[in-house]
Design a protein around this ligand. Sequence first.
Ligand SMILES: Nc1ncnc2c1ncn2[C@@H]1O[C@H](COP(=O)(O)OP(=O)(O)O)[C@@H](O)[C@H]1O
Ligand SMILES: [Mg+2]
Length: 261
Amino acid sequence: MEGESIKLTNLTKSYRKHEAAKSLNLEVNKGELFGFLGPNGAGKTTTIKMLTGLLEPTSGSAEINGIDIWQHPLKAKEKIAYVPDQPNLYPKLTGWDYLEFVGSVFRLPKDQFQAKANELLQIFSLTEQANDLIESYSHGMKQKIAICGALVHEPDVLFMDEPTVGLDPKSARNLKNLLREFCDNGMTVFLSTHILEIAEQMCDRVGIIFEGDIIALGTMDELKAGEDAEQSLEDIFLELTGGEDQQAIINEMSDDDGDAK
Ligand SMILES: Nc1ncnc2c1ncn2[C@@H]1O[C@H](COP(=O)(O)OP(=O)(O)O)[C@@H](O)[C@H]1O
Ligand SMILES: [Mg+2]
């Protein structure tokens, strides 16, 4: 499980005068669960959209498995899945129909699709709602069905923008365990969050983005130990406050016994 599966080279995005991503350079290795941590407005969503081919960079490049996503979008997009912070789903489809739609887009064999879809629905406690229309789902349920849709075709690289926002603690822990299992099997995950503890609990390695710059990169232990950063990490972390809704998730994850059940 070697080699880089995501590579940013001088990746830059300007919205008129405002530089939301400032010449980012970063490599994420195959099998890695990478956390992109930063406060609101830091540039996380902007970066993820450039990496998934949704927002054209002002300059620089983004590669997935060595394929430039802006030069060879179809080839690169075969390899990826993306769960946006506000999943845009088809309200008039049922959860099951939506997963079937994803399965057909990726031409999954029927048996394989059904086994995988049922497994994912069960993991996220959606089995009983699978035949309800998505428009009847809560925000958290929409988030979960979007995650199921992203995982059903077993992508090489998974991008998730603030995936724990809207999830209940149990689902967040299931997600964490599931991502770990997928990464152990070679999938790469690039996950954004504004909550320090989420990055700490879920990720192998973390990059901190602040005002469009990657200001620190390493394992959480390395980041905490490093005292040489220009701006104290402590100061930055103070801005990365987890709300009450996130505290239960953090507690649940800290209690984790590591079983993917
Ligand atoms: N479409 C846009 N037009 C102009 N400015 C934008 C647009 N989208 C985001 N921004 C600005 O770019 C910066 C980064 O935003 P974003 O990538 O959404 O940050 P994050 O996801 O980390 O909260 C913010 O200052 C935001 O206001
Ligand atoms: Mg965002």
